[in-house]
Design a protein around this ligand. Structure first.
Ligand SMILES: *[C@@H]1O[C@H](CO)[C@@H](O)[C@H](O)[C@H]1NC(C)=O
Ligand SMILES: *[C@@H]1O[C@H](CO)[C@@H](O)[C@H](O)[C@H]1NC(C)=O
Ligand SMILES: *[C@@H]1O[C@H](CO)[C@@H](O)[C@H](O)[C@H]1NC(C)=O
Ligand SMILES: *[C@@H]1O[C@H](CO)[C@@H](O)[C@H](O)[C@H]1NC(C)=O
Length: 461
């Protein structure tokens, strides 16, 4: 069986696989999954596998790894992603070999898992292309190799037209995507980490899809993920994740680094509810992690919650005037939205007095109180989400299912608001979590169950 096919299948956008009619009869079994999604088991014909080419790809990837070490910025996370890629490729190879030695000469592929694994690959290539110099010879040879593989796919196509036509189309899409990477290669911050010597956000890069959530559940669409916004020494690489099939926040899981996050190997899970002992649960999924504490909307009483994950202790504070009457556009119960930036910790909400207009509060981290308040002129239910960068609040709204827009900013440094239009692409329409992280200047989104992040480019002041 053909590992190349795995490699290709993995790039397919989720929706393009949902149409069973595209597939030749007898080659696929489809069923409806727990959450109404299509679950497909595909039986692909046995053909000779171009192992030499796959090896070349792996070799090229290793060369890339060497090149990356020369890059000064964000080098470490890229290398980890490369390791993740290589290990999932070898895992795939191993799985194929096991299956190949089976009795029936047909290979059963778990589509959902494959999709996830190729998304990782896609994210990696996109990111490498964006961060490496586009003239990098290692990248060019990877690119050539991928092009060459399309020729092989063309040859394989004659074997089973029905199946391979679909693959070929997806493959062409991948090529286009790689070509487009050329345009994105400078989608990176141009300010020092921690510095506010820039003129605010100029634009937002393409969504980088890390993978489906750690529960591997398409139904876990309410949640969030990211890094500590002010990591304790030694925890700089830590990631966290929380999700559920409803808006209740019941636990948060921590991973020591990106690799562990992708491999779903947590080092700690904090339960916010233990029957007959305590109920610290939250709502709305608009939390942040800062100095190893989770700041979130506490459910009962309606207040700000702070779970110190170092000491496993809880604190909560009612915000005078804040109401749970108004939520964001995409989901219910999003009443308190926490954000962190270069200047500290923030919370947005709405009040009855403001008639649902968004109010922005600065939190004093020592006293855990809202110490300063700004009233904006935007109606909270019309807003998709908000985040803070350098004391400026950015508010988003949906343009269509694929596009989101930063349409409004409020600068607490000057008390000025302005209507703007910074469009950015969404991987999927629905999202509940969007926050900026000042420690790496990225935007983190929990997008319909997927971990997605964006690089940000700032205006030169
Ligand atoms: C591949 O990865 C999966 C999931 O991480 C694991 O269960 C499986 O044992 C691995 N297969 C091989 C052959 O390493
Ligand atoms: C990118 O390539 C150009 C031309 O080859 C070179 O001048 C430049 O220094 C390279 N930049 C980096 C970051 O390697
Ligand atoms: C592409 O394929 C051609 C013909 O099969 C081969 O000669 C060439 O070496 C291949 N190039 C790469 C980069 O694999
Ligand atoms: C969390 O608890 C630890 C241990 O009591 C304490 O040292 C630390 O300051 C607390 N963190 C925050 C953010 O309050």
């Amino acid at each position: 069986m053909d590992l190349l096919l795995h490699f290709l299948l993995l790039v397919a956008p989720v929706h393009s696989w949902l149409s069973l009619e595209d597939w030749g009869s007898g080659s696929i079994e489809g069923s409806i999954g727990e959450f109404g999604e299509c679950v497909c088991n595909v039986f692909l014909p046995d053909t000779s596998f171009p192992a030499d080419r796959m090896e070349l790809i792996q070799t090229t990837s290793s060369q890339l790894s060497v090149e990356i070490t020369l890059q000064i910025n964000k080098v470490n996370s890229l290398k980890i992603e490369l390791e993740v890629l290589l290990s999932s490729l070898s895992n795939l190879t191993a799985r194929v070999e096991i299956l190949e030695s089976g009795p029936d000469k047909y290979i059963k592929l778990d589509f959902e898992l494959l999709r996830i694994e190729l998304r990782e690959f896609e994210a990696l290539v996109t990111q490498l292309k964006a961060s490496l110099n586009s003239s990098s010879p290692a990248f060019e040879s990877l690119y050539t190799e991928i092009r060459n593989m399309s020729l092989i796919v063309d040859q394989l196509e004659s074997y089973d037209r029905n199946n391979l036509e679909v693959i070929r189309i997806e493959f062409v899409k991948l090529q286009r995507k790689l070509e487009k990477c050329q345009d994105d290669k400078d989608d990176f911050s141009n300010a020092e980490i921690g510095s506010c010597k820039h003129g605010g956000i100029l634009r937002i890069g393409k969504p980088v899809v890390s993978q489906l959530n750690a529960h591997l559940s398409g139904g876990y669409i309410y949640g969030g993920w990211g890094k500590d916004t002010k990591p304790l020494p030694g925890s700089e690489n830590m990631y966290w994740y929380s999700a559920s099939s409803d808006t209740l926040v019941s636990r948060i899981t921590q991973y020591s680094d990106y690799y562990k996050l992708i491999m779903r190997q947590a080092f700690k899970t904090h339960e916010l509810y233990v029957a007959n002992r305590y109920d610290w649960r939250g709502l709305g999924n608009n939390y942040v992690v800062r100095e190893n504490s989770l700041y979130y909307q506490y459910r009962s009483p309606f207040s700000m919650g702070k779970l110190n994950m170092t000491s496993s202790t809880i604190a909560n504070r009612v915000i005078p005037m804040a109401t749970s009457q108004f939520s964001y556009h995409y989901s219910a119960n999003q009443n308190l939205d926490f954000a962190a930036d270069e200047s500290g910790l923030w919370v947005t909400y709405a009040t009855t007095e403001s008639n649902g207009k968004l109010v922005l509060g600065k939190i004093n981290e020592k006293s855990f109180q809202v110490e300063d308040v700004w009233e904006t002129s935007i109606f909270k239910p019309s807003v998709g989400n908000t985040f803070m960068v350098c004391g400026v609040m950015y508010a988003t709204r949906s343009v269509d299912t694929k596009t989101e827009e930063i349409f409004y900013t409020y600068d607490t440094n000057t008390n000025e608001e302005s209507y703007v239009s910074i469009l950015f692409e969404k991987f999927q329409n629905f999202y509940v979590y969007l926050d900026y992280n000042p420690s790496d200047q990225r935007l983190y989104m929990f997008n319909n169950g997927y971990y997605v992040y964006y690089n940000v480019k700032f205006k030169v002041e």
